[in-house]
Design a binder for this molecule. Structure first.
Ligand code: ADP
Ligand code: ZN
Length: 596
């Protein structure tokens, strides 16, 4: 049976084999046994029920919490020749009725519904004539109050199952692995003798980096420039910051969109679509963005601020590289971020116990930003995996080749300048004094009389900026939270000033290009965009970046060649095969013409 499934995998999806856990999941369902499937985001959960849906008689009912996700999945399935539909609140009564009739005629292999739908009597009546062979509960952690997106209507699923004439095989799928959530899923869904299939949480293709003390805007500007043409998400802690980074990027002529809960519905959905359809490269957003987005070609996720917990971080950062291509997750850390998150917890109306839990989670997040051992190991161990290797070779700690520099002397000069200036000025003024600037404000306030005036005049302003940021990121300086922030000394500064503590710094460099774009890849992206406009579907649903990249390297020139490209199933070959071959051939010909 698994052979047949592998064949279908190739035929429809164009994939050569199952990934870790998928084969076992498929076999479990087909043997009639319930299952709990836990895989990280991008692990490939959907295939676990989509493939069985093709070989089972009857229909597969998929319960999915998000309207956008349902639509994406259904568009994708129809695009590869698998009949599927969704029923949710975006449809009118007659449309729902029509889809139910089609379903009972056996027109769909899969039907996606929202959990609330199961409580509708007319919907349940509509299902009566059908055989539901598989019931897949996607994002199953929504059933648990311990999960991060509790959804009360998930609690109705088990009674819905009992009311069915024949009990389908039940599959629960999630990316949340904590024990409490797992137990809740099994108990509340009343799974019988469930086979728990859990794959590792590592996302090999993601490079994790923490950058401490950089000028955040400057970093972002240089990074998005180096990676223009690639899709990326920039997360900020507050709406205000999202607005200001967005403005900053627009001023610098980058193609960016904005998304946060303070915008109107229309505005938000327009920004989201612009991003999904590759009309803009970058989306600047708060954590309101992302649920239900399965855009597969996000090449980088930059956190402009540290999030509140490792759970939140891994979920948000995990939106990069769902297609398995190399992608980067970068966290720009600054000590001020901790204050912001603490403030959020203080101001929340959580119970004292919950507040203390949140503080603990926050501390783990802060530790991640400061750890000097492998970041991947830190993440995986946080989620309960044991990791043997010390060096993953793909995180900013393991890949760090920069030398640690002793900057104690520089630190002493800066800190004493802050002290001499009576802790009354902001960063720019302190730098002006150190540089010995003749700026009017410096002279008016007689700051040129200070003993630290001009003592760093030979050091470039950019470097001074970096040094001050570094000192505040590491807690040697504190930046007040006022309209005009002022630098203050801290208990740590004293140790440095007295010569009892040494200060070190590593300066991270920006690596060029997450993806090495070549000309053919860009031509293929152009074709994908044309198809996307014509068919009104997001580009990543037409082809994944992986597929385009493989075409660009394999240069297929026949139908048989295309079959060997991952992600090129039969229907896609029929629809777009000749367009792709035309582009490849023209490219090869032009190239030969140039080199001859
Ligand atoms: P999840 O729901 O677990 O986040 P998806 O089901 O959306 O993950 O799959 C993530 C990506 O991996 C999709 O782009 C999918 O097409 C791809 N994928 C899944 N299974 C395979 C496979 N066996 N071979 C190659 N690509 C796969
Ligand atoms: Zn590492």
């Amino acid at each position: 049976m698994l052979d047949k499934c592998t064949m279908l995998l190739k035929k429809y999806y164009g994939y050569d084999g199952f990934r870790e856990g998928q084969g076992t999941a498929v076999e479990t369902v087909l043997s009639g046994r319930d299952s709990l499937i836990i895989m990280p985001t991008g692990g490939g959960k959907s295939l676990c029920y989509q493939i069985p849906a093709l070989v089972q008689d009857g229909i597969t009912l998929v319960i999915s919490p998000l309207i956008a996700l349902m639509k994406d999945q259904v568009d994708f399935l129809n695009g590869i020749g698998i009949n599927a539909a969704f029923i949710n609140s975006t449809l009118t009564g007659p449309e729902i009725e029509e889809r139910l009739i089609m379903a009972s005629r056996g027109e769909y292999r899969l039907l996606y519904v929202s959990p609330e739908r199961l409580e509708s009597a007319s919907f349940c009546m509509g299902l009566e004539g059908m055989t539901i062979s598989i019931l897949a509960v996607d994002e199953a952690h929504c059933i648990s109050q311990w999960g991060h997106d509790f959804r009360p209507s998930y609690r109705q699923i088990s009674s819905f199952i009992t009311r069915l004439k024949k009990r389908p095989v039940v599959m629960a799928l999630t990316a949340t692995a904590t024990e409490q959530v797992r137990e809740d899923i099994v108990n509340l869904l009343e799974l019988t003798d469930a086979n728990t299939i859990m794959t590792g949480f590592d996302r090999h293709n993601l490079k994790f980096s923490v950058i401490n003390g950089a000028d955040k805007r400057d970093f972002i500007k240089r990074y998005v420039k180096e990676n223009s043409g690639s899709s990326g998400i920039i997360y900020t802690a507050t709406r205000k910051e999202a607005e200001s980074i967005y403005k900053f990027l627009k001023e610098n002529r980058f193609k960016a969109g904005l998304y946060h809960a303070g915008l109107g519905d229309d505005e938000r959905s327009a920004s989201q679509d612009d991003f999904l359809y590759d009309n803009v490269d970058i989306i600047v957003a708060t954590n309101a963005f992302g649920m239900g987005i399965d855009k597969s070609n996000v090449r980088y996720v930059i956190h402009h601020n540290m999030p509140k917990s490792m759970e939140a971080y891994y979920q948000e950062a995990g939106r990069a590289g769902r297609d398995g291509e190399y992608s980067e997750c970068i966290l720009l850390f600054n000590a001020g971020d901790v204050q912001t998150q603490k403030y959020f917890i203080d101001e929340s109306n959580l119970s004292p116990e919950r507040k203390s839990m949140e503080y603990q989670k926050l501390q783990k997040m802060v530790d991640y930003c400061h750890t000097s051992s492998c970041l991947r190991k830190y993440i995986l161990e946080y989620f309960g995996e044991t990791v043997q290797e010390k060096n993953c070779g793909n995180c900013s700690v393991c890949c760090d080749v920069s030398e640690r520099q002793d900057i104690t002397l520089e630190a002493q000069k800066i800190l004493s300048c802050v002290y001499r200036a009576a802790e009354r000025y902001g960063k720019n003024m302190i730098i002006d004094i150190l540089k010995g600037s003749k700026n009017k404000k410096v002279l008016d306030n007689e700051l040129n009389m200070l003993s630290t005036y001009g003592i760093m005049s030979s050091i470039e302003r950019d470097v001074l900026n970096l040094l001050v940021n570094k000192l505040s990121a590491d807690g040697y300086l504190r930046v007040t939270e006022e309209t005009f922030p002022v630098l203050k000394l801290t208990s740590r500064s004293l140790g440095v000033l007295k010569g009892n503590e040494k200060v070190f710094m590593k300066i991270e460099k920006i690596k060029k290009n997450v993806s090495v774009d070549d000309d053919l890849f860009n031509l293929l992206k152009g074709l994908r965009k044309e198809i996307s406009i014509r068919e009104k579907l997001p580009p990543y649903i037409i082809f994944h970046d992986t597929t385009l990249r493989e075409i660009a390297s394999k240069l297929p020139c026949s139908r048989d060649d295309l079959k060997k490209v991952k992600g090129f199933g039969e229907k896609k070959i029929d629809l777009y095969g000749s367009l792709v071959i035309d582009i490849v051939q023209k490219f090869v010909k032009d190239k030969n013409a140039i080199s001859n």
